[in-house]
Design a protein around this ligand. Sequence first.
Ligand SMILES: Nc1ncnc2c1ncn2[C@@H]1O[C@H](COP(=O)(O)OP(=O)(O)OP(=O)(O)O)[C@@H](O)[C@H]1O
Ligand SMILES: CCCC(=O)O
Length: 360
Amino acid sequence: MNQSFRTLIINPGSTSTKIGVFENELSIYEKTIRHETSELDKFDQLMDQFSFRKQVILESLDEEGFNLSKFNSVCARGGLLRPIKGGTYAVNEAMIEDLKAGYNGEHASNLGGLIANEIATDLNIPAFIVDPVVVDEMTDVAKISGLKELPRKSIFHALNQKAVARKACEEMNKPYEQANLIVCHMGGGITVGAHSEGKVIDVNNGLNGDGPFSPERAGTLPAGQLVELCFSGELTKNEIKKKLVGQGGLVNHLDTHDAVEVEKRIENGDSQAELIYDAMAYQIAKEIGSISVVLKGQVDAIILTGGIAYGKKFVAKITNHVDWISDVLVYPGENEMEALAKGALRVLSKQEVVKEYKAE
Ligand SMILES: Nc1ncnc2c1ncn2[C@@H]1O[C@H](COP(=O)(O)OP(=O)(O)OP(=O)(O)O)[C@@H](O)[C@H]1O
Ligand SMILES: CCCC(=O)O
């Protein structure tokens, strides 16, 4: 490519804000700012974190001496919009409205498009999002729950799951569109997707109390007991919602969302930390087993990814339960920054037409 495009990448996760600067496909700067539970707890609503998260991004760029006027676009991980196809979308008014309102709920990535838009508007350059968490390729049958008024929704780590699945396929020398994979993203939230011939045909919605518990999410709960808790009069609706997302999982049991800290406690002989960590691995393994049935046991590989996949002992616990299903491939961290940069570049270099988000 003759022309060079510089893109600022913004990726707000539940426990971190990741920033990147890419010159075409080349990363020239990446930083992960981890936020303490206590730091995020100060904010009642997700949208209240907007200025705090924007500030840490601008401060990091300033510290590194980046001249903002040299950027050609800003690209972010996008949030809980209406269900849409995968691809690169321009941030527009309809999207801003849905992100602000949390159309499909609250998620850290709702801040992505909004922060990208504000920075891009000041610089008079375009803002994009790529493969947001609402990418919907689920089969009709997977969407049915036991109550018709509560259908299952496709909300998952679409960007990383797809990016890592493609990378694994390249290494396996098999087209993504022909592969059957189980991809398990283990970050602040945990989602396990069945990828069949290029589509994520079923996946747990970790954000809506579905699947394994995670550092910050409660996962599937005993429904009857949850109803009792909701009507006990002890907690407000907002407090219950926070228990499910933000203050569930490891935070609820161990007062931290930091898996590294949990591993340290286990090394120091904390048996409660060990029990809870074992339970998280056990639930993830069960979810992998369950989704392998969706693929009728024809699984080319099980892929473990996300920040927690750095934890070798944790990965070994899961592998021990599931390696009879297929090979287990480990891609620690995420490929999201590169995937966002490539999404923006495809549009800037006119290889792909940018998609328009519509509120319908
Ligand atoms: N070396 C490591 N060993 C074990 N766990 C780790 C390691 N490094 C990070 N983690 C854990 O990974 C989790 C965060 O993962 P990640 O950065 O993928 O999440 P996020 O981006 O904040 O949220 P999400 O991926 O759900 O959007 C934290 O619990 C963190 O402690
Ligand atoms: C990406 C949606 C799932 C989660 O964050 O828990």
